[in-house]
Design a protein around this ligand. Structure first.
Ligand code: HEC
Ligand code: HEC
Length: 418
């Protein structure tokens, strides 16, 4: 084990001991996966196998919605790497559409805040909101949930066993603690990149992906926000940036839109409801939470782990493929070369002048971040839509592009080998 691990381990020791013990007991996660740090666990919500099991049941319970048809797992489907891919934006009760793309819950346990705009601090706080959001699970309040967990015999027994509470003692605090405990087991590392970079397995990544990693670090400057540490990589700085996605749709209206939102907010508008139901307010991004102009159009840096299996991309689902994402960055933060560069764009976003080969290589690198448990999904997705991945027919006829195409199939199959 590299020396550098002792630092983070010492700091996080109390929480880690608990989660390690529970994993050993439950066999939910045999060990901390390669490339990831210990899972942070709040002191007041220790992991236990029984709590995790209860949380999973709650996560899948469709009765916690107005129509009895929507649970957390409708939009965070285990068979789709805990997203609703390929939907652009999520569908809740009565097929109502929200304004945002559902991020995966996998590895969300590591984020310093939850949601694209960070409006919830913890997984526990986050879990309260979808239940009463009118375009998600649509309940008027949390009472119907409490009614079920206090009377359904299976829940009554489970809450008593896990929390030692029954009847009115069971509140949304216990419900959300159990859901969060389940989410803290949805951890996935050990990708080809992890095996190559942290594990020292020289054959774990394709040549194209290795070249792509160099672009990621240097010419692409991706690593400045999608960070990598000495002994692990979350690929997020847990901060918020305007990278030019969606903001152009409201740019002209900001002088009216922003003050109108602030006024509504001061009058007590439900921010969670507003951002998911009003597509223009949604684009205000982190500003809607902090009211700081620096945060206009800024969203949380996504983790890039398992990104190959969760299209489409960005908070609004507007970019369909990883290739489109890379082209967006290559154009300096505009998806359409004719669009203006946004006034509030992060200073880190500038045209990159990547060659065709560098673009292909960067995509190959992103495709090497898939964990073994999602490798089959990645293979399936690539088989269904070969055009969407790795190599698009090149617009240029340079030798470089030809070489990248030749490297394509080798890289494309790598995700399929566990
Ligand atoms: C109708 C679809 C839908 C349902 C149902 C739903 N979610 Fe989500 N979830 C989303 C969307 C969309 C977002 C992003 C919203 C945003 O950032 O504004 C999200 C965000 C999240 C996040 C934040 C992840 C991150 O990277 O920041 C977590 C955690 C999460 N949901 C868990 C849950 C839980 C737990 C439930 C059930 C109590 C649930 N979701 C129900 C669609 C859904
Ligand atoms: C200035 C910080 C910053 C830099 C530099 C940056 N990103 Fe991002 N990245 C973000 C943010 C913020 C988001 C989410 C933006 C949104 O949804 O509006 C994001 C989203 C993404 C996504 C979509 C993830 C998803 O699940 O939807 C991918 C893929 C991605 N970035 C790859 C890259 C690559 C490749 C590079 C280098 C060429 C790069 N990023 C450079 C901040 C950055």
């Amino acid at each position: 084990m590299p020396k550098t691990r002792s630092g983070p381990l010492l700091v996080a020791a109390p929480a880690f001991v608990l989660i390690a013990a529970s994993f050993a007991a439950s066999a939910q996660q045999p060990d901390r996966p390669l490339g990831l740090p210990p899972v942070p666990v709040p002191a007041d919500n220790p992991q236990t196998p029984e709590k995790v099991k209860l949380g999973e049941k709650l996560f899948n319970d469709k009765r916690f919605s107005l129509t009895g048809e929507v649970s957390c797992s409708n939009c965070h489907d285990p068979n789709k790497a805990f997203t609703d891919s390929p939907l652009t934006t999520s569908e809740g009760i009565n097929k109502l559409k929200g304004t945002r793309n559902a991020p995966t819950v996998v590895n969300a346990a590591y984020f310093a805040s939850q949601f694209w705009d960070g409006r919830a601090q913890t997984l526990e706080d986050q879990a309260l909101l979808p239940i009463t959001n009118p375009v998600e699970m649509g309940l008027p309040n949390h009472d119907p949930v409490l009614e079920i967990v206090r009377t359904d015999p299976e829940y009554v027994a489970a809450f008593e066993q896990v929390f030692g509470k029954k009847g009115e003692e069971v509140t949304m605090r216990e419900v959300t603690q159990a859901i969060a405990a389940f989410e803290r087991t949805l951890i996935a590392g050990d990708s080809p990149f992890d095996r190559w970079y942290f594990g020292g397995d020289k054959s774990a990544m394709s040549e194209a992906a290795i070249r792509g990693f160099d672009v990621f670090l240097n010419k692409g400057r991706c690593v400045s926000c999608h960070t990598i540490e000495q002994d692990h990589a979350l690929f997020t700085d847990n901060r918020f940036h305007n990278i030019g996605v969606g903001i152009n749709r409201i740019q002209k209206d900001i002088p009216k839109l922003a003050p109108a939102f602030l006024k509504a907010r001061s009058q007590g508008v439900d921010v969670d409801e507003k951002v998911l139901t009003d597509p223009r307010v949604s684009e205000l991004g982190r500003f809607a939470i902090t009211t700081s102009l620096d945060d206009l159009g800024a969203f949380k840096t996504s983790t890039l782990r398992n990104v190959a299996v969760t299209p489409p991309y960005m908070h609004d689902g507007s970019l369909k493929t990883l290739r489109e994402v890379v082209e967006h960055y290559n154009n300096g933060g505009v998806s359409n070369p004719d669009d203006p560069v946004n006034d509030f764009l992060s200073g880190g976003i500038r045209p990159l002048n990547l060659t065709e080969q560098e673009i292909n290589d960067l995509v190959a690198f992103l495709e090497s971040l898939t964990s073994p448990r999602f490798a089959a999904l990645q293979a399936q997705r690539m088989a269904m839509n070969p055009q969407a991945c790795l190599v698009k027919p090149s617009r240029t006829t340079t030798a470089a592009a030809g070489a990248a195409t030749a490297a394509g199939p080798a890289a494309a199959t790598e995700g399929a080998t566990p």
